[in-house]
Ligand binder design. Structure first.
Ligand code: NI
Length: 165
């Protein structure tokens, strides 16, 4: 168990971000055949659109808050990308940029550019945002008759949070 110095606490928070990312990729990889097209309700975004929205939000946030770590923000926010490998590549890039942005700002003792009282809050907001849509994605799959079994999904989500290194 780590003590409470700042560098160690930053590591814990960045580890939480990495776990959150692992959980999101686990969900993406668990989407059954045809599941990227699922919607919770008529007019709701597809599962694919929700995943690309998460990527877009992360990329815009880095551009606005720590532009030194920014990449190319996608032109479309809710892209209906049906190639899971391409979605995964997007999410890997944006997770890395968020991580670098927050770590860089904290270590430099620099504030974010637009919002937030502390750079860690940017990471916390994005973690919350990912989790918010995680639930929506599972609901959309359920509505389409493609529900993930709890026995299967539990270890891919809650198990990742609880695991001790
Ligand atoms: Ni959203």
């Amino acid at each position: 168990m780590a003590d409470g110095n700042g560098a160690q606490l930053l590591e814990v928070v960045l580890d939480a971000w990495d776990r959150n990312q692992q959980i999101l990729l686990n969900l993406l990889r668990a989407v059954p055949e045809g599941g990227l097209a699922a919607r919770a309700l008529a007019g709701s975004p597809t599962v694919a659109e929700m995943f690309t929205h998460l990527h877009h939000e992360r990329m815009v946030s880095v551009l606005e808050e720590a532009p030194e770590c920014a990449g190319t923000v996608p032109q479309r926010e809710w892209l209906d990308e049906r190639d899971a490998a391409r979605i995964e590549a997007m999410l890997v890039e944006s997770a890395r940029r968020v991580r670098e942005a927050v770590q860089g700002r904290v270590e430099a003792g620099r504030q974010t550019e637009l919002d937030y009282d502390h750079p860690l809050l940017l990471l916390q907001l994005l973690l919350f945002h990912d989790a918010y849509h995680h639930g929506q994605i599972k609901l959309a799959l359920k509505a389409a008759g493609l529900a993930l079994d709890d026995q299967f999904a539990g270890p891919l989500t809650w198990g990742v949070w609880r695991r001790r290194r």
